[in-house]
Design a protein around this ligand. Structure first.
Ligand code: CIR
Length: 257
């Protein structure tokens, strides 16, 4: 699918107060803003028009817009993020999305879904069951997807070490190929898929995004970059150090369609 638009939201003052388990120390906001700007410029260079929301200091995790909405070629759905501190982030993204999708579907309580648990792979979606996405939310999402002609399968990542979301450890590289780190690579839901395994010590590199012929990858991951470069992807490495400190990756920073 060719992307033409993306919603993004720069990190706000107070970014360091967001949720994190990384143990990498507090992010530097100035550097985070530079990294965010480079991300936006890259999307634009690849033909994606950016819809930039104002930073919101009331929501320190609000730069991770991906978690608040799911957009497919056939419609949009607003999520109900699993972390209480993040539920208020949906309103601003929803308001922006309504410019293109006037009546988005919505995940209803008690369901919870974070967009980071939703991995589109063509006409199929893998949905992670996680600390953020519960069974009820996953079922609502699968029902909505089915109504639009998409299938879905659930991958329970609870108990898999180091994974906040499904896409922390899994990315679609296009066609029948996936990039996966750690235990996810062995999951039976992925049988029949060609799995490219993230090299030891570079698990953070598992979160990457394909955008209009390019593959955006985290910078500073030499073994993964060499592996993917060898598979002839057009790599665009982006520095993500400050978002990594807050458990965020490349996919989290935009809602794309
Ligand atoms: C959180 O814990 O919710 C944020 N600090 C990080 C969210 C990252 N989002 C994503 O992977 N889709």
């Amino acid at each position: 699918m060719r992307f033409t638009r993306a919603i993004v939201r720069p990190p706000a003052d107070g970014f360091a107060a967001g949720i994190t388990s990384s143990g990498l120390g507090p992010p530097d906001l100035t550097l985070a803003l530079e990294q965010h700007e480079a991300y936006c410029r890259t999307l634009e260079r690849l033909g994606v028009a950016i819809v930039k929301l104002d930073p919101d200091p009331d929501f320190p995790d609000s730069t991770f817009v991906e978690d608040t909405a799911i957009v497919t070629g056939r419609g949009a759905m607003l999520t109900r993020p699993g972390a209480a501190s993040r539920t208020g982030e949906v309103a601003a993204v929803g308001a922006a999305l309504r410019g293109w999708f006037p009546q988005p579907a919505e995940i209803a309580a008690p369901g919870t879904v974070d967009g980071g648990d939703v991995c589109e792979v063509g006409r199929h979606f893998f949905v992670g069951l996680s600390e953020r996405t519960n069974r009820e939310g996953a079922a609502q999402l699968a029902g909505w997807l089915a109504g639009h002609g998409f299938s879905a399968s659930v991958i329970d990542i609870r108990g898999m070490p180091g994974l906040l979301h499904l896409k922390t450890g899994l990315s679609w590289l296009g066609e029948l190929r996936l990039l996966a780190a750690g235990e996810i690579a062995e999951h039976e839901a992925l049988r029949g898929w060609e799995i490219v395994r993230v090299p030891e010590g570079e698990a953070y590199a598992a979160n990457c995004i394909r955008v209009n012929g390019a593959l955006l990858v985290a910078g500073g991951m030499p073994a993964t970059s060499a592996l993917l470069g060898g598979l002839s992807y057009q790599l665009v490495p982006l520095e993500m150090s400050e978002f990594r400190k807050m458990d965020g990756g490349l996919s989290c920073l935009s809602v794309r369609w």
